[in-house]
Design a protein around this ligand. Structure first.
Ligand code: DC
Length: 231
């Protein structure tokens, strides 16, 4: 799709609140949403369901190329996800799938296989792109790039709260450890490591509420891209 379709690239580590911000912004602007993490999660899930070892780069990349995934937006702004025509429920969002996704995301052939699929989400009137390398690799020409961060402890605490609200058993110390491990893998991999683009606007959200983060992002979008906000 053409360069005139505006993109807001939003990157940052696991559990920093990008998902909530991106859904909110997409709803306020009436734009499309790319949840790139979901594509890595779906690739990992599909590979596991086919019994493939997650480090088998060629075969996992082949799964990524052929990924049969459909996102169905619902009224709440969230989306139902179908993998091989079957809805994947909470398993997609779970920590186990997140860790598996982080492993397949370290494989260059898998990243290459998902690149064009991600760019295809760029459709009028605009795209909010949520991920780790949106501003650096997938949409380097994005008109606005945001990079969120928060301490590992705070991100684990937010995850913990989400799990408890959903009545999913969770262990805070274990979550902190898992988040730190995932951060290290995402930041240290050879291809497209988690890092802010040189021209990204940075925000530490450790002590901020969800709405404070949303208002900060919206103000930047209005100022930089002259976007129209849905009342
Ligand atoms: O955002 P998430 O938790 O759904 O992402 C799951 C994993 O996928 C994350 O640990 C790293 C990887 N990922 C990535 O490497 N690049 C992206 N653009 C998005 C996610």
């Amino acid at each position: 799709m053409s360069d005139e379709v505006p993109v807001i690239a939003i990157d940052g580590p696991s559990g920093v609140g990008k998902g909530t911000l991106c859904q909110w912004l997409a709803a306020r602007l009436g734009w499309h949403l790319l949840d790139s993490g979901a594509l890595y999660r779906l690739t990992a899930l599909a590979a596991q369901r086919r019994g493939l070892p997650l480090e088998d780069e060629a075969r996992v990349a082949a799964v990524a190329v052929a990924l049969d995934a459909v996102f169905v937006a619902d009224v709440a702004g969230t989306s139902r996800v179908l993998l091989d025509d079957v809805e994947v429920g909470d398993v997609l969002r779970g920590e186990a799938t997140g860790n598996a996704a982080s492993r397949v995301a370290a494989l260059p052939a898998v990243r290459a296989a998902l690149l064009q699929r991600q760019r295809n989400f760029r459709r009028p009137p605009g795209l909010i792109a949520d991920g780790r390398d949106m501003g650096t690799v997938v949409f380097p020409q994005a008109g606005l790039k945001l990079f969120l961060n928060a301490s590992a402890e705070e991100r684990a605490r937010r995850r913990y709260k989400q799990f408890i609200e959903k009545v999913i058993d969770a262990n805070l110390a274990g979550l902190i450890e898992e988040i730190a491990e995932r951060d290290a893998r995402d930041a240290q991999r050879a291809v497209a490591p988690l890092q802010p683009a040189a021209d990204a606007e940075m925000l530490d959200t450790t002590r901020l509420s969800v709405m404070e983060v949303c208002e900060w992002a919206l103000a930047l979008a209005v100022r930089r891209l002259a976007v129209r906000v849905i009342p």
